[in-house]
Design a protein around this ligand. Sequence first.
Ligand SMILES: [Zn+2]
Length: 111
Amino acid sequence: MITKWEVLSLIWASGVAYTAPRILNRWSLITTCDPIELCQGCRDERRYVMQEGMTYEVMGAAGGPLQVLVEAFAWYLKPFLPALRRAAGRPPLPTCSKGSCLAHTSTRRRA
Ligand SMILES: [Zn+2]
């Protein structure tokens, strides 16, 4: 017998498995490239990732993967985040303005 919780956790686990490598790719790209090649939104995200990274660094080698996992675990919250942030009175998350931004052009090239 498969219960509905098992189904839900299966969906959640596949979401994490799907999201984690994408976050890892994106973060390793935006934190290693020259910020000049990024748009304002991605530069903000880069600063955020690096600031958070310092918190995780105290955990040593497990810190980096853990940071990605924590982000991936909440993949199902992503569609609600803009509304949640508005409700909390916080500014919207920076998003990529596309165009000539490196994070945008390199994901398009890979796809
Ligand atoms: Zn961008």
